[in-house]
Ligand binder design. Structure first.
Ligand code: PRP
Ligand code: URA
Length: 242
């Protein structure tokens, strides 16, 4: 009997030892306990590779971003509390499981954050969604708050704050302040993010140690225009207009 061929060293979850990977494919380590980076699976790195590529067109950018967003939402939901819940299966056995507890809502930081709403709706049907319009000034990279529309009872909900890019952290910090002004406790906020810069993530995590951040990747840094590097360019432009 012939033995199955041994898998090639370049495939599978250990497709390359961390020490041999190009630096840009290894998420920067941060010591803040409230920052959670998704497991760095080959699938996730392949999806990130696709959306980082400047030659990836809009349709592929949307498709592959949506797959990462779905992973972020599923991981974010794992941080919400559950209650013990025992059910009976069709074959008459009991199963001691759990069920979700509490009310949630999504809040997207417009415009790019709106791209994450569909992924949230796919996991939480008819979830309420609030909006905060914050735009970075192109010259100074400082955020400006233009508008917010949030559920009336937001103070009683768990809030999933959505923005794919955390660069200087200015926009996310401003959005959390809006939520706090509406009475949302910091520890009821989960920030879901695709790519963070180390300085933005550190800045955010230190100013709001009780807000949990779930991100797919912490990049290498910021360039002179405060764009994330290696990054993916302008997420909003690539998702909506390019
Ligand atoms: C982008 C991004 C974040 C912000 C991140 O939005 O979606 O909101 O920049 O940068 P920061 O951490 O330095 O604040 P932008 O203001 O470019 O608007 P857009 O969503 O319309 O693209
Ligand atoms: N906003 C983006 O879309 N990309 C960056 O790199 C920084 C801010």
């Amino acid at each position: 009997q012939t033995q199955p061929e041994a898998p090639s060293k370049n495939v599978g979850p250990e497709y390359r030892p961390t020490t041999q990977k190009p630096l840009a494919t290894v998420s920067t380590a941060l010591k803040h306990e409230n920052v959670h980076v998704l497991p760095q699976t080959p699938q996730l790195i392949a999806l990130l590779t696709m959306i980082r590529d400047k030659n990836t067109g809009r349709a592929d950018f949307i498709f592959h971003s949506n797959r990462i967003i779905r992973l972020l939402v599923e991981e974010g939901l794992n941080h919400l509390p559950v209650l013990e819940h025992t059910i009976t299966t069709p074959v008459g056995r009991t199963y001691a499981g759990v069920k979700f507890e509490g009310k949630i809502c999504g809040v997207s930081i417009m415009r790019a954050g709106e791209a994450m709403e569909q992924g949230l709706r796919e996991c939480c049907r008819s979830v309420r969604i609030g909006k905060i319009l914050i735009q970075r000034d192109e010259e100074t990279a400082k955020p400006k708050l233009y508008y917010d529309k949030l559920p009336e009872d937001i103070a009683t909900r768990w809030v999933l704050l959505l923005d794919p890019m955390l660069a200087t952290g200015g926009s996310a910090l401003m959005a959390v302040q809006v939520l706090k002004d509406r009475g949302v406790p910091e520890d009821h906020i989960l920030f879901l993010n695709l790519i963070a810069s180390p300085e933005g993530a550190k800045n955010f995590a230190e100013q709001y140690p009780k807000v949990r951040v779930v991100t797919a990747f912490i990049d290498m840094g910021l360039n002179e225009k405060n764009y994330i590097v290696p990054g993916l360019g302008d997420f909003g432009d690539r998702f909506y207009t390019m």
